[in-house]
Write a protein that binds this ligand. Structure first.
Ligand SMILES: Nc1ncnc2c1ncn2[C@@H]1O[C@H](COP(=O)(O)OP(=O)(O)OP(=O)(O)O)[C@@H](O)[C@H]1O
Ligand SMILES: [Mg+2]
Length: 509
């Protein structure tokens, strides 16, 4: 029997139990580097069962460990018999890495080691440091860009004046136009820096990302070229977001250009969108940077070269580029970062070397009706409206289209899948301006619904949508007076026009 413990009256077996199950990793390593004791947590941390450790040396279990800084610290403790305490990043066999806080203590048989898994805290620290660094660079870039803008304005103005003066001197004129060209190139750079530092003047609008992407997808296709297959997968019923459409197009273009550069031999580029709810877990995972809530996500995925960790860590910094001199300025992604952050969103990247990359943009959902973005900016004045329209349609897809088109034009839209819900909605909401309803529906027909609603709201305007001409609303091929019909299938334009006409009291042509 060995010496009794100096303190405590616990027997050795109970003490062993306590050590085996404590939350910290606890191990005893003999002076010949053999594992003499390991508790459950050590096995979990090292991903090894106790049998694989006990009686074997560290070098047998983890070949190559004697070349690591960790082993250096442990040997010093073993040799010099002094306690030590440090943080260590441990690389598992599969290449994943975790951070541990390590406390080493010399003991009679060798050393005892206490280990705490601090990976979560460590990654939060790294994230925080990273976002602080981005903030600082942003301020610096913004400050420089701002002053630089003034200087450039002076350069181009005075060069312009001088050019007028020396118009007769061919050589001097040519030199001055070089100066002006250089100044305008510098102006472009400054604009990108301002975008990164979120100081770019913007005009945000409430809109649907799907519509915005749909509008530029052809142009993106041309940018990436024919060897790359561009696929756009819009999602149904995307929530609206608030962003400057021009700035966001810039983001799409920059991402597409990078994807193209990453796939010199071609491949597939996919743009997807979706509604997502980010919760507290995402907040933690992203260093507390993310407000939990509803977001609209846009993902751009390529099958290109992918990136290593070093590149991923520096990616969004201005002037970081891996492209040969003259090919890239390294401002593409920093511009994207600035634009997305200015819109209150986030941009993250997932990548594997040789496999490709995905850039994900999250923009906060807004609870306003999106503006329709048509080619010419605002939709034609004659088809927009602010009235309240009750849409009743049992086909979810058709209902969705109608709702999107009308909300996009500025209407307040109440949507119901059937007559019962429609009656409830009318009751909750009060007076409406137009009932837009399907004719053939389960339980209550469109015709009956119209009659019941017109009874509570005399004079209510009604527009039927129908694919059948001989429905209840048509008698002997003639529409009843006061009844308007929009034949299915219809185009968004036809829908918009008929709704406007009926509201304005114009009859069908
Ligand atoms: N889709 C991608 N696949 C692989 N690497 C990428 C991808 N996107 C960006 N990168 C890497 O990130 C770096 C920075 O990208 P960024 O767009 O900021 O600058 P750039 O493309 O090098 O230059 P610029 O966009 O100013 O012409 C790139 O040089 C490249 O190494
Ligand atoms: Mg780029």
């Amino acid at each position: 029997m060995g010496e009794a413990p100096t303190k405590g009256i616990l027997d050795a077996e109970s003490l062993g139990q306590v050590l085996a199950h404590m939350r910290e990793g606890f191990q005893v390593i003999g002076s010949d580097w053999r594992y003499l004791f390991v508790n459950d947590e050590v096995c979990r941390q090292g991903r090894q069962p106790a049998e694989a450790l006990l009686g074997r040396t560290m070098m047998e279990v983890y070949p190559g460990i004697d070349a690591t800084p960790l082993f250096g610290r442990l040997s010093r403790c073993m040799r010099e018999r002094v306690a030590d305490e440090f943080e260590n990043e441990f690389t598992h066999v599969d290449g994943t890495r975790e951070w541990f806080e390590v406390r080493v203590q010399p003991v009679a048989v060798g050393i005892s080691v206490l280990t705490l898994d601090v990976s979560v805290r460590k990654s939060l620290e790294l994230q925080l440091r990273h976002s602080q660094k981005m903030e600082a660079i942003g301020r610096l870039a913004g400050g420089v860009a701002h002053d630089f803008n003034n200087i450039l304005t002076a350069i181009s103005t005075f060069a312009g004046f001088a050019a007028e003066r020396v118009a007769s001197d061919k050589q001097a004129s040519e030199d001055l136009s070089e100066v002006l060209r250089a100044a305008s190139r510098a102006g472009e750079l400054v604009k990108q820096l301002l975008a990164f530092s979120r100081r770019q003047p913007i005009t945000p609008k409430v809109l649907s990302l799907d519509e915005l992407v749909a509008r530029v997808v052809t142009m993106l296709g041309r940018i990436v070229g024919e060897t790359i297959e561009l696929e756009f997968r819009p999602s149904a019923a995307l929530w609206p977001v608030r962003i400057d459409p021009g700035a966001f197009e810039q983001v799409l273009v920059n991402l597409a250009v990078n994807a193209r550069d990453a796939m010199p031999r071609g491949g597939r580029l996919t743009i997807e969108t979706g509604n997502v709810v980010l919760d507290q877990n995402h907040r933690m995972a992203k260093g507390g940077e993310v407000e939990p809530g509803d977001y609209v996500m846009l993902a751009m995925t390529d099958e290109g070269s992918g990136m290593d960790e070093t590149t991923m860590a520096l990616l969004f910094e201005p002037f970081f580029t891996t492209k040969p001199f003259g090919r890239g300025t390294g401002l593409g992604l920093s511009t994207c970062y600035g634009i997305v952050r200015q819109a209150g969103g986030h941009i993250w990247v997932y990548s594997e070397v040789g496999r490709g990359s995905t850039f994900k943009i999250y923009l906060p959902r807004v609870r306003e009706t999106p503006l329709a973005i048509s080619e010419g900016g605002a939709p034609a004045a004659s088809i927009v409206g602010r009235e309240t329209v009750l849409v009743v349609e049992d086909d979810a897809q058709v209902r969705e289209i109608v709702v999107r088109v009308l909300s996009g034009l500025g209407y307040r839209v109440l949507a119901a899948p059937d007559g019962d819900v429609a009656l409830q909605l009318r009751e909750q909401h009060g007076a409406i301006d137009l009932l837009l309803t399907d004719v053939v529906m389960p339980r209550i027909s469109g015709r009956e619904l119209a009659t019941r609603l017109q009874w509570v709201q005399p004079g209510l305007k009604v527009l039927f949508m129908s694919g059948y001409s001989e429905d209840a609303i048509v008698h002997h091929g003639v529409l009843e007076p006061g009844i308007e019909l929009l034949p299915k299938p219809f185009t968004p334009k036809a829908l918009a026009q008929r709704v406007r006409d009926v509201l304005d009291g114009k009859r069908a042509p």
